[in-house]
Ligand binder design. Sequence first.
Ligand code: NAD
Length: 321
Amino acid sequence: MTTATVTLKTTNQAMPLVGLGTWKIPQSETAKVVENSIQNGYRLLDCACDYGNEVEVGKGIKAAIDTGVVKREDIFVTSKLWNTFHAREHVRPALERTLKDLDLEYLDLYLIHFPISLKYVDFETRYPPEWLYNPESDKLPTYADISIRETWEAMEELVDAGLVKNIGVANFNCSLIMDLLKYARIKPAVNQVEIHPYLAQDVLVEFCQRKDIAITAYSSFGSISYLSLFDGAKSIPSLLEDETIVKIAKKHSKTAAQVLLRWSLERQIAVIPKSGNEERLRQNIDLDFTLSKEDMDEIKKLDKGIRFNNPGAYFDCPIFG
Ligand code: NAD
């Protein structure tokens, strides 16, 4: 079982390099999956308002704590500020709702989910608010004129208030981070972005690590989570069946999934694979093997710049250029 961590330079807190992703775990299964994951050694849970299952994640955490497997301080809980809560006055209420749902007093890490601010939707109207202001009639999101600076300053106040230990960003590119670093009183601890061998993001990874910002990779297995979201994902071969990955997996007597996760760990990048299946949960944290330089060089050749989580493709919101 992999217990490796990366030290977050802002607070010196250790963040586990392997965690459980909770996007798309159905509410009915979430509490059990979270409890099982903790029993199987997971110590990081990656959550978000947008995933619509934070109440159930909270129940899973509580069950694990009640059975004595862990104490609150043994686990690292991440959540994310949704796009509709970017205004200064909405950031703290959004975090407080997440804390209430998770039944926690503090988060270890709170991320700005996307560098996109959308028109506010109040808690009574719809929660999670999702992308469209009027889901019945709108085809595109309604944007709000709120700068990242305003949102970041409100995030910093959450640290001051002791409600979150670390703050960070997700889906930020180098130039957004360069700008943020000019005024940040508290530096971002983490940038969480899509990374897999078809989208290696070498420049972004190198830049963030040089600036002491840890990287978390999401969607380590590539297209799989996006097959039901857009047709284009179906035309991209599965990374889990990629010839090179499968060959390297056989050589190490591991699965393709384990090679994809280990590839990130070799780059000091944290991973948050999602699975509700107990065998896969165990597999995804069993990553104590090493990929050789030759393995890494071969995997490097697979980089095709293919991005699956792209609001530009879904919503005419081209944040990645
Ligand atoms: P993932 O790459 O973890 O893939 C999940 C899929 O892979 C599931 O369908 C699962 O059944 C399958 N799977 C899991 N383990 C497997 C194994 N060992 N062998 C074969 N198949 C396996 O995808 P993801 O959910 O997109 O990303 C992981 C997490 O990252 C999410 O749950 C979420 O927490 C986070 N995330 C964040 C953002 C963001 O914008 N910040 C975006 C997407 C995901």
